[in-house]
Design a protein around this ligand. Structure first.
Ligand SMILES: Cc1cc2nc3c(=O)[nH]c(=O)nc-3n(C[C@H](O)[C@H](O)[C@H](O)COP(=O)(O)OP(=O)(O)OC[C@H]3O[C@@H](n4cnc5c(N)ncnc54)[C@H](O)[C@@H]3O)c2cc1C
Length: 601
């Protein structure tokens, strides 16, 4: 392959590039994949953000691995906690891989130069986190490896530095907007991606033998969220629009400790260090909901307990609508050295000093358990048992499923490292046995050009910000910690109305250079598509499990629902009734050694 082919050849105003492997996304998962693939293939990483601005850099509390550095632990206990934490919707073979490969994943990062916090003997220090226990739930265990409350920042910087050292080709501030697919014998095959260069407004086609999606989450379907503005689910939306399935989209995690009214995250590491949740009267209410591990119960349980405290009139503040995270007994030194960032967040954004006062908190939309279904080798599924050859996904955009219906804290930084690495390795293996690139269609950028030009030339009157705000407000009100058929039907109706209004959306900026207005319109399209699937699947799951709590079906129902949801786009994608174009199916859960039990903590 020539350098010129990598740099791009221009034909009819479109740049054409050719690589063995294209990775979409430069967060933790994308860059871990790039490091694995880089030495053995020609790799391009395409990212809408400069790599070190990816959301992985915002991760605070840590990365789980049963290293046993500070107390006894093993990967089998970690597997069990992950399965139980996910309310038994976890594929247990995948959870075993996650827990076993965790140890090497941490050591890989250490060898790359990551500055973890250390014990006095110089080992990597470990702290407690929600749902991570010793000996099958007996007590909380120290399993999370951390670098103060900036673990994600350190991971992202370390991975990026190593990618630069390896000479990986980065295409930064390029938005991938389409996956080029070809049908062969009725099967979907992939030939490349189409992207939009922010600086110039020009289109770039990247031909590739293997493609890895690592585009992160989609928390911006909600208003109150810990997620960055850029987490609009583009990769998940692109795959969906190609008719490929999405798995378990109804399961969204609400992190218990978002700063009240803002949703900015205060890491669970605070409770790992001993912070306590209290209601208006100062009661440590988690003692009633999870008597054994209390404030360190998994997030779904803690978030629900908080909302219940408020609903039953025990909330604090003038409107009795929040609870407190009390860190005052930890002392200034622990807060300043082990939790410096969140201490500063509380001071800056709420004017509350955690050293002397409890901090007002409420749950915040945090993590997508669902996403693009993959095998344990990160291969994207076209249906329950068939894969799309050469297409991979890893990180938050993917659903392996190691998190089931509720992810344990610190298991995502782990997931991106373990499955990012697997995606990179397997993409290389695929490229090695694939001599040639698939031919691309005559004008592969046609659909993206029409989308962009349609938005630019449109004479619509609907404001992007208004539509987005209506969606986010409605999702917060009706598809948050507690849901009912009525609330979900309501929000689905609003989404359908917004999808119709979106056809008439107005873009102020008609220019070509750095047109973020235009891209916000495109991102809003992905948010609307994804929210529709989330809500549609949530209505269909008439039980309560993990992050999906139905007031009208408050019990877990293993007889009817111990299975993954698989959603497909079928029929007319533009119709205003979801039943016309969303089809739901099921996929069995892989159970190896842990039969579903009642979840007690
Ligand atoms: C505030 C916060 C704190 C957290 N703390 C922890 C923690 O302590 N421990 C833990 O385990 N987990 C934590 N998480 C979760 C965890 O950080 C994320 O799930 C994980 O980092 C996601 O990594 P990723 O590589 O999948 O995606 P990201 O890091 O979000 O990266 C996505 C990448 O995709 C690119 N991209 C997206 N769309 C496009 C497009 N259309 N074209 C081109 N590129 C695109 C972006 O530019 C970016 O580079 C936290 C999350 C948040 C929000």
């Amino acid at each position: 392959m020539s350098t010129q082919e990598q740099q791009g050849v221009v034909r009819d105003g479109v740049h054409y590039h050719k690589f063995d492997i294209v990775i979409v996304g430069a967060g933790g998962a994308g860059m871990r994949a790039a490091l694995e693939a880089g030495p053995n293939a020609n790799v391009a990483v395409i990212s809408k953000l400069y790599p070190t601005r990816s959301h992985t850099g915002a991760a605070q509390g840590g990365m789980a691995a049963a290293l046993s550095n500070v107390e006894e632990d093993n990967w089998e206990w970690h597997t069990y906690d992950t399965v139980k934490g996910g309310d038994y919707l976890v594929d247990q073979d995948a959870a075993e891989i996650l827990a076993k490969e965790a140890i090497d994943a941490v050591i890989d990062l250490e060898n790359m130069g990551l500055p973890f916090n250390r014990t006095p003997e110089g080992k990597i220090d470990q702290r407690r986190f929600g749902g991570h226990t010793r000996d099958h739930g007996k007590a909380a265990v120290r399993r999370s490896c951390y670098a103060a409350d900036r673990t994600g920042h350190m991971i992202l910087q370390t991975l990026y530095q190593n990618c630069v050292k390896l000479g990986i080709n980065f295409f930064n501030e390029y938005y991938v907007l389409d996956l080029i697919t070809v049908k062969e014998d009725g099967q979907t095959r992939i030939a490349g991606v189409v992207s939009y260069e922010l600086a110039t407004g020009e289109l770039h086609v990247f031909q590739a033998k293997a493609i890895i999606f690592a585009t992160g989450g989609f928390g911006k379907i909600y208003k109150t969220t810990s997620n960055a503005h850029t987490l609009t689910g583009d990769g998940v939306g692109i795959v969906w629009r190609k008719g490929l399935p999405l798995e378990d989209m109804e399961f969204f995690q609400f992190h218990p400790t978002g700063l009240y009214g803002l949703g900015i995250l205060l890491t669970e590491g605070a409770r790992g260090e001993g912070a306590i949740l209290r209601n208006a009267s100062g009661e440590r209410f988690m003692e009633r909901y999870a008597p054994t591990i209390k404030d360190l119960a998994p997030r779904d349980i803690v978030a629900r307990s908080m909302v219940q405290e408020v609903a039953e009139g025990r909330g604090a503040g003038p409107h009795k609508d929040y609870v407190y995270l009390d860190c005052t007994h930890l002392g200034a030194e622990v807060l300043e050295t082990k939790l410096p960032d969140i201490t500063e967040f509380a001071r800056t954004y709420l004017g509350v000093d955690p050293v002397t006062e409890p901090v007002p908190v409420m749950p915040t939309a945090h993590y997508a358990m669902g996403g693009i279904p993959t095998t344990n080798d990160a291969e994207v599924l076209a249906a329950n048992t068939t894969v799309v050859p050469g297409l991979y996904a890893a990180g938050e955009c993917a659903c392996v499923s190691v998190h089931g219906s509720n992810r344990l804290g610190t298991n995502s930084l782990l997931d991106i490292n373990v499955f990012g690495k697997r995606a990179g390795r397997n993409a290389v293996a695929y490229v090695n046995k694939t001599p040639d690139w698939l031919p691309i269609p005559e004008d592969p950028a046609k659909e993206v050009r029409e989308l962009i030009e349609g938005l630019r030339a449109g004479t619509g009157t609907e404001r992007i910000a208004t539509l987005r705000k209506t969606l986010q407000d409605e999702m917060d009100r009706n598809a948050q910690v507690f849901r009912t058929d009525e609330s979900l039907a309501g929000v689905l109706g609003v989404i359908e109305e917004l999808r119709a209004r979106y056809k008439n959306v107005h873009v102020d900026d008609k220019g070509r250079r750095f047109n973020t207005d235009l891209l916000e319109a495109v991102e809003l399209g992905f948010l609307l598509d994804i929210a529709e699937v989330v809500v549609y699947a949530a209505r269909n799951r008439k039980e309560s499990r993990g992050g999906h709590q139905r007031d009208d079906y408050p019990k877990r129902d293993d007889v009817n629902y111990l299975k993954h949801t698989m959603a497909y786009l079928t029929g007319d994608p533009h119709s205003s009734d979801a039943t016309d174009h969303v089809t739901l199916d099921w996929k069995p859960v892989v159970i190896t050694r842990y039969q579903p039990m009642e979840r007690k903590y």
